[in-house]
Design a protein around this ligand. Sequence first.
Ligand code: G3I
Length: 373
Amino acid sequence: MKFPFSAFCFPFLAALLLAGCTTRPEQEVKPATLKDAFKHDFLIGVAVNQRQFTGADTNGAALVRRQFNSISPENVLKWEAIQPRPGAGGYNFAPGDRYVEFGETNGMYIIGHTLVWHSQTPAWVFLAADGTNYCDRETLLKRMRDHIQTVVGRYKGRIKCWDVVNEALQDNGELRPSPWLKIIGEDYIAKAFQYAHEADPDAVLRYNDYSLENETKRKGAIALIKKLQAGGVPVTAVGLQDHVKLDWPTIEQEDATISDFARLGVKVMITELDVDLLSRSRSADIAEVRKQAASNNFTNGLPDTVQPALAKRYADLFSVFLKHRHDITLVTFWGVTDGDSWLNRGRLNQPLLFDRQWQPKPAFDAVIQSAQP
Ligand code: G3I
């Protein structure tokens, strides 16, 4: 007699199905990577250095591939790196080419940083033939146009978003008195965006700056972007760098800042996120954390009181980013591990989600947990 297959297996299959349907939400396993945790919200990017995108830092490169879906170049596309000397023969494209190839090989949304900045720009850019005085407006405009159209043109369709102008404002919201402003005048910003758009009409063109959570500086940035928009200048995104502290900006300031820029109709991106644990702090309890941090200079890793404070800080920041998930398209960390951070500067800071052994810190877990199911 043949044993009816369904009689035996049906109850077993039913039990399996029921078990699957009755998994309690809290048992839901969170994704193991940042890019998967936020795949329905925004891209998760990271600034990479040359050792990472060439693969020399094998652990760092592996971490980038696993955790992130966007990359920014920490230094190799800045003017001093890509055109250290004047003229067409003065370019050094090799590192930039490797950076873009790394991004394409790993299916990343590739950022270009940065075309026009007062820092890391070689002196020759601003000098007249005599090598001492500033050049004139027309000369600098031509140098700017040649640089932007050569660099943006080379990576057309491959670099999807450019920091066209970086940090043009002072804390008081007025234009920084850089050589760009002094030689060309206020329209250097509009010209830079125009040249970039001519070179790659499909690229997202971003104005990038820090401390925009300070209301005075934010008002200056909003006025700048409105003026560019009124002039038909194709500024399509704003970058909030978010080099933050444990207690600045407040979540309310971050919330208001994102809302203010979203109202301009531009994409909002968090472009250089890190949490400086060694910075001066106004609040007493944070001052205590900083004192502890500074006292042992983290030689033995983060003191027990600091790790939770960093984890909560990142969780709170991501809660406000998620509130604005429809305005924010990208959140980029400014460095892969604590050991890579610009914030070390002779000290042992611990501003990021991964430690010096490429291991996730409690702050990483807190960020993953903040993701919506
Ligand atoms: O390339 C030289 C090398 O030849 C030399 O041997 C070495 C030692 O002196 O210095 C190297 O240059 C360094 C450069 O990074 C490239 O590594 C500079 O000293 C160093 O000051 C520079 O720091 C960068 C900093 O921008 C410069 O302002 C940081 O790595 C970078 O993370 C930081 O990033 C900026 C963003 O681009 C814009 N927003 C602020 C952010 C933090 O300052």
